[in-house]
Ligand binder design. Structure first.
Ligand code: FAD
Length: 353
């Protein structure tokens, strides 16, 4: 059986940042990536997506985001190209088409099973498999009985297939508002939320918000440990989403109270035919392969960790979790800082053994 130093599970921005920092700490990472590429979930994000952070605040460690205009908001495809180039430049063993199906203890090491049938042993493991593979489906009144289409936001690409339709987008975060506003250019759309949508200005005093979160230290403040759960993020807006909602495209309504066939029931009792409900209700860490590793996950499948280091499994670390350490943990600009931290800790742990 092949024996490796550190197995990094997932070859998106988190796995690549992990590989970069592990190499700097003289460890040999092997990145195991389920898909055929090295850009994580970015190729699967919807077609019109641009980064919410300018290029100058969107780099992984060791390689600036390219392009002369550092203030622009790069398109999804630029991120895919950037991550692919980043992976190509890494002097690490990156294996695509390799899904890890389970991780177990094997003495003081770990044994990984791959869906292709292979097995590996590793001295340490970094779980960097993201959240996109596990969209959250909340218990909503009437959702299970609704006979129309229910589409997770993860499966949304563009408004074209929905032209002329009637859609309800559930959620109040960035994806929900962006998708609802885009769909409203082609269809009749309602944004259904539990409460009012909260906005944050993309620019303050002529500067992008990320200038201020970096300048004030908010980006790196280690607040993750203090928060019982990640707080809801406001919708970043340069004015267009507020204007779209004010114009009723989409309109906003409180959540529906039930369904009858393909009709939704609104709180005022109105019954309305709806073609599609889009669930933009967030994601959860996709870590089921750690189930056999006693103590790695809690009863809800969430990682048990302190700032990315597993609390009861020595040699195991997580990367790319929302609020893993700070506001910027699950972002292009912030994951490198967390990667450095866990690489340093794993190197010290392995040196002690
Ligand atoms: C719609 C959307 C827009 C976003 N916009 C921004 C933005 O503008 N700026 C920003 O900084 N952040 C943004 N984010 C947040 C975050 O940066 C991205 O979600 C990013 O893709 C997270 O990177 P990751 O490497 O942690 O996870 P992913 O990109 O999801 O990569 C995880 C990888 O692990 C692989 N994998 C999963 N399970 C296994 C397994 N068992 N074995 C092997 N491989 C596995 C997957 O195939 C995938 O390639 C956005 C997120 C979303 C959903």
């Amino acid at each position: 059986m092949e024996r490796i130093d550190v197995a990094v599970i997932g070859g998106g921005q988190s796995g690549l940042a992990a590989a970069h920092t592990l190499l700097r700490h003289k460890l040999q990472p092997m990145v195991l990536e389920a898909s055929g590429g090295t850009a994580g979930s970015w190729p699967r994000y919807y077609d019109s997506l641009t980064l919410f952070s300018p290029a100058r605040y969107s780099s992984l460690p060791g390689m600036p985001f390219p392009g002369a205009d550092r203030g622009r908001y790069p398109h999804r495809d630029e991120v895919v190209a950037y991550l692919t180039a980043y992976a190509d430049r890494l002097d690490a063993d990156i294996r695509t088409g390799q899904r890890v199906t389970s991780v177990r203890r094997a003495g003081s090491e770990f044994e990984l099973t791959l869906d292709a049938g292979g097995r590996l042993t590793a001295r340490a493991v970094v779980a960097a498999s993201g959240t996109f593979g596990r969209p959250h489906r909340p218990a909503l009144p009437g959702l299970e009985e609704f006979t129309g289409q229910v589409l997770p936001a993860a499966d949304y690409r563009s408004p074209v297939p929905f032209t002329g339709g009637r859609l309800v987008v559930v959620g109040a975060g960035n994806s929900a508002v962006q998708i609802a506003a885009e769909l409203a250019t082609a269809a009749r759309v309602t944004l259904a939320t539990r409460g009012p949508v909260k906005f944050a200005a993309q620019r303050i005093l002529g500067r992008d918000l990320h200038f201020w979160t970096a300048r004030t230290g908010l980006d790196i403040a280690p607040l993750g440990r203090l928060l019982p759960r990640p707080p809801a993020q406001p919708v970043l807006d340069d004015g267009r989403y507020r204007a779209a909602l004010a114009a009723g495209q989409p309109d906003r309504r409180p959540l529906f109270t039930g369904s009858e066939g393909s009709k939704l029931i609104w709180p005022d009792g109105e019954r309305e035919e709806v073609d599609t409900i889009v669930l933009a209700t967030g994601y959860r860490p996709d870590l089921s392969y750690l189930t056999d590793l006693g103590g790695a996950l809690d009863f809800e499948g969430k990682p048990r960790h302190r700032e990315g280091l597993a609390t009861s499994v020595p040699g195991l670390a997580f990367l790319g979790l929302e609020w893993q350490r700070s506001l910027s943990s699950n972002s292009l600009r912030g994951v490198g800082r967390d990667a450095e931290r866990i690489a340093r800790r794993l190197a010290a742990y392995l040196a002690r053994r």
